[in-house]
Design a protein around this ligand. Sequence first.
Ligand SMILES: C[S@@+](CC[C@H](N)C(=O)[O-])C[C@H]1O[C@@H](n2cnc3c(N)ncnc32)[C@H](O)[C@@H]1O
Length: 288
Amino acid sequence: MSEKIRKGTVLSALMWASGEFRAAGIESFRLDAELLLSCVLGLSRVQLYINYDRPMNEDEKERFLSLVRRRQKREPVAYILNRREFMSLNFYVDRNVLIPRPETECMVEWIIGNGGIQGESRILDVGTGSGCIAVSLLRNTPANEIFASDIDEKALGVSERNFGLLCQDKRYMLIHSSLFENISAGEFDIIVSNPPYIKRNSLRSLMPEITEFEPRIALDGGENGDAIINRLIEGAYDNLRNGGLLIFEHGDDFVLNEELIKGRYDLLYRGKDYSGRDRFIVLRKNRQ
Ligand SMILES: C[S@@+](CC[C@H](N)C(=O)[O-])C[C@H]1O[C@@H](n2cnc3c(N)ncnc32)[C@H](O)[C@@H]1O
């Protein structure tokens, strides 16, 4: 064990871990050190500040050291702590699911404010992963029930855990399916998705936190990044009621294929993320 942490107080442990993270090229070095130490000591970050002189016992030092070693290898803090906040809810996450991103909150907030969701609305979340979108919609709208699908059974296991933790009073139906293959639940009012949309060639250039730890199936959007999105647009048509909404997140240079939507959908809205970049699209199925 490092000498600095062996002798350490809360403050010296934080300074040591911050230095290790900085040397490993981690930008959020201080924040990450605080989050990991907060977890080990069962204190909030504010409580850490008022306990700087508190000595750490051997068990605390050992546990902190092992978390620091994991983070040094660029494992994301969310996987180390098995927790990520999304829409002010605490989600369980592990390496079977994408870590929920703040930009996805922008899409969820739009749906909550503008999706017209009622108690009996029929909603499907395609590629639910941790379940962050579906759970947030159940928690923040009058919807009584939601359908959530994923191609990956392990991801569905994680979403089931989050539904169980966060949505005990509402109904949810989990479906193991590639896009709409096993979806036979009839027509939906809303289909929402944050599909994989990273261009295959760009995957390698992403941060190690993403490339080495997050599931490739949650990221890889094919050669142009739009392979799954285009199949989603095609397949959603037969699964939406007339006037129903398809809402999906997309990458930075996504170009909507006009041929795919012509005569079938109207482009209702282009949504931005917190950085002001185009990030999601709302299509309305044509009323016939
Ligand atoms: C970008 S992640 C989004 C996860 C979660 N909805 C979120 O917003 O954090 C994409 C998800 O789609 C799933 N997925 C990938 N290909 C799929 C397919 N063909 N059909 C259904 N789900 C798919 C992945 O397993 C992954 O859970």
